[in-house]
Design a protein around this ligand. Structure first.
Ligand code: NAD
Length: 327
């Protein structure tokens, strides 16, 4: 694990229940965190590094992959360094600040002969997978519309999530990306156009380049459309709705840590409740070491598509125009 903050700690805790993946090392700029993690997770001191020394993982056979859970703006350079050290890269969402950076990460991992995976934990979530199965089986009929509402009210104005350099933007980079990614896996299509509108109630807290609220719409090749909301200014927003000619699916919560709840035109979804990070890490282990193919991709190319859409949404906000896409 690299970046032992809130999410890294959640993943480390969840990995205690993994049967295939194992937490064997840590990278941090804070010495005390490294000793705490040695105690909490049984990590040997020889597998602990700081940001000046982590290139030495190259010579450590205990380590197969590094999971980057630092602020968004650091993912690109860190991923390149991990690839250079010859280790597989697992990176948190958003994988980078824009599609150009994302593509550089994909290319660097390819050149180094390592895999690049992104922490899209919903791609392994059972309720989500059931809706995807129903859609693929034609149980919803032709897909007509998706709606994704993602947001929370953000606190501390000094945190990195509200710093343009470290976050790359605002709510869209952090939470709106779930609606973008969800629109793609729920409909099974890639958007061909984007329109978007930004609103801001607090320009002091949400500075230039840090979006508070963006609403965006997609058009898909089949003629289906999507309408989504991303915000840092409302709680209780974690909802997906997918409508087809023969049926529908609704999920709320749809992308939080769970339990995910949902129903369709056939009734309640009652799939097993899982700890997303435990399942994700075991699945990642199978993908990295055994070449397993997930139902919904979790690789760098998948993340570049989301980043291209994010770039298009910001461009649509700026110009007020419809932006065409080809993914
Ligand atoms: P956090 O602030 O809790 O942790 C970030 C860690 O990075 C901290 O330990 C911090 O010390 C470290 N760090 C290293 N260099 C830093 C620097 N220059 N500036 C600031 N911090 C630095 O943040 P988090 O909530 O753990 O988020 C980390 C990443 O994980 C983000 O990319 C975020 O989008 C992602 N995330 C994903 C999920 C998910 O469900 N998949 C949930 C939360 C966060």
């Amino acid at each position: 694990m690299m970046g032992l903050g809130g999410y890294g700690t959640r993943v480390a805790g969840a990995m205690q229940y993994c049967t295939k993946a194992k937490l064997v090392g840590a990278i941090s700029g804070t010495p005390k965190k490294l000793t705490d993690w040695q105690d909490s997770f049984g990590i040997p001191a020889k597998n602990c590094y700081n940001y000046q020394t982590y290139h030495q993982i190259k010579n450590n056979p205990d380590i197969d992959a590094v999971y980057i859970t630092t602020p968004n703006g650091l993912h690109h350079d860190m991923a390149l360094a991990v690839a250079k050290a010859g280790k597989h890269v697992i990176c948190e969402k958003p994988m980078a600040l824009n599609a150009v950076q994302g593509q550089e990460m994909v290319d660097a991992c390819k050149a180094a002969g390592v895999k690049l995976l992104v922490g899209y934990r919903m791609h392994f979530e059972p309720h989500t997978l059931e809706v995807i199965r129903m859609r693929k089986a034609g149980e919803l009929g032709k897909i007509l519309f998706f709606r994704g509402l993602c947001g929370f009210k953000i606190g501390d104005p000094k945190q990195w999530r509200l710093n343009k350099e470290l976050a790359g933007g605002g709510s869209l980079m952090d939470i709106g990306i779930y609606a973008i990614n969800g629109a793609r896996y729920m409909t099974g299509e890639e958007p061909i156009w984007v329109t978007a509108q930004e609103t801001k109630t607090d320009p002091v807290k949400f500075k230039e380049g840090v979006d508070e609220t963006i609403q965006f719409q997609f058009g898909f090749p089949s003629g289906a459309t999507a309408s989504c909301l991303s915000t840092y200014n409302q709680n209780n927003l974690d909802k997906f709705f997918l409508n087809g000619e023969k049926g529908w699916a609704e999920m709320q919560p749809s992308t939080g840590y769970g339990p995910i709840k949902g129903r369709t035109h056939k009734g309640e979804l009652n799939q097993p409740v899982t700890t997303h990070q435990t399942v994700q890490m075991d699945e990642f282990s199978d993908i990295l070491l055994n070449g397993k193919q997930p139902v919904v991709p979790v690789d760098g190319n998948e993340a570049v598509k989301d980043l291209k859409i994010i770039d298009a949404i910001y461009a649509a906000v700026k110009t007020g125009k419809k932006v065409e896409l080809s993914l």
